[in-house]
Design a protein around this ligand. Structure first.
Ligand SMILES: *Cc1c(COP(=O)(O)O)cnc(C)c1O
Length: 362
């Protein structure tokens, strides 16, 4: 780790690979001999065209995205998609939502503005600490799609198995598990995520959409910018995109490729998460807050169950160079986000600190 850097457990914007940051720094003043930074160049230039095309190709290689899916680099973050999805997909005006946390709930509430959104399952009864059984849900006959948030950033749960949508299109928000492990893109109609959790800087969402879902048949009043077809026809360059973010994401894709791709990422993430979960399961002071079978590899909430000790833990861990461990304001306690770019040493340092804290305070 470079001098002065800390271990950053933020849920997002989050840690990025140091190597990527260093490379971006090297290219800041003069990108590959063109005499300017990527921030200063035209999004219509050949130089930028190469950046965006290469980023898309690398993402396609990593995820094995089939040719009949478009990859869109869009602004407005993941939250903008909460509206764009119903606007583009609600042909019958009906969609089914599985509500497993705040982000799914927000998406559901937004969809309610545009049609009949049905909450067909929820885990709110136990503060979203588990994933409901989704093997035989009452899927609506005329549902245009079934919606999930695959990894629940705030609560730390993850769908280990996709829901049985009974033939309906599956739409998934993968913001906080994007590129953390291999997925089968063909199982989804749309798979999308904000990039600031596991891929790049804030301000962009990558939406991977099956081509037949990109049509002119959208809800009346859909803004031009929110129509998938506008963005797909213009290859994400309908207006000025988030150029620098696309460039940074491209670098992270190359870094993941170099690390061995998504299977290697999965193994790396499993190893890291195991260190932390094993400790939580053995500790007398700390405990995880979600059902074991549904534990996320990326976001790990845990508690002590004593406000004063938790405050002390957060203050002392920060002083020890372990930052952003405070839990989400709606949950309290602590949360360690251990995305792709969090090195194993970071998780080891956290667990060593927790052990020491437990010894000193019990
Ligand atoms: C962070 C997050 C969002 C919101 O992302 P924005 O880019 O801020 O709109 C949506 N869904 C999930 C799962 C998230 O973790």
């Amino acid at each position: 780790m470079s001098e002065g850097r800390i271990y950053n457990f933020s849920a997002g914007p989050a840690v990025l690979p140091e190597e990527v940051l260093r490379e971006a720094a090297d290219e800041m003043m003069n990108y590959r001999g063109c005499g300017m930074s990527v921030m200063e160049m035209s999004h219509r230039s050949k130089m930028f065209e190469d950046i965006i095309n290469e980023a898309e190709q690398d993402l396609r290689d990593l995820m094995g995205i089939p040719d009949n899916y478009k990859v869109l680099f869009l602004q407005g973050g993941a939250s903008q998609q909460f509206a764009a999805i119903p606007m583009n997909l609600m042909k019958n005006g009906v969609a089914d939502y599985i509500v497993t946390g705040q982000w799914a709930k927000k998406a559901y509430q937004e969809a309610c503005k545009y049609g009949k959104a049905n909450k067909i399952a929820s885990s709110e009864d136990k503060t979203f600490s588990y994933i409901p059984d989704c093997s035989d849900l009452p899927i609506s006959e005329d549902a245009d799609y079934v919606y999930i948030c695959e990894n629940n950033t705030i609560y730390g749960t993850k769908f280990k198995e996709l829901p049985n949508t009974k033939g309906k299109i599956l739409v998934s928000d993968v913001s906080s598990c994007f590129l953390s492990e291999p997925i089968d893109v063909t199982k989804y109609g749309i798979v999308y995520g904000g990039v600031q959790k596991n891929i790049g800087p804030a301000g962009m969402v990558i939406s991977i959409i099956r081509e037949d879902l990109i049509t002119d048949d959208v809800l009346p009043g859909t803004p031009t910018m929110l129509k998938f077809k506008t963005q797909a026809d213009a290859d994400s360059l309908y207006n000025t995109p988030n150029c620098y973010c696309i460039y940074m994401c491209g670098k992270v894709f190359k870094w993941i490729k170099k690390m061995g791709g998504l299977q290697a990422m999965k193994e790396h993430n499993e190893k890291k998460a195991k260190i932390l979960y094993d400790f939580l399961d053995s500790s007398k002071m700390f405990r995880g807050t979600v059902e074991k079978k549904d534990r996320s590899l990326m976001n790990v909430p845990f508690v002590i169950g004593d406000d004063e000790l938790e405050k002390k833990f957060i203050a002392e861990s920060k002083a020890a160079g372990l930052e952003n461990l405070k839990g989400h304001r709606t949950v309290g306690g602590m949360r360690a986000s251990i995305y792709n770019a969090m090195p194993i040493e970071g998780v080891e340092a956290l667990v060593a600190f927790m052990k020491k804290f437990e010894e000193e305070n019990s």
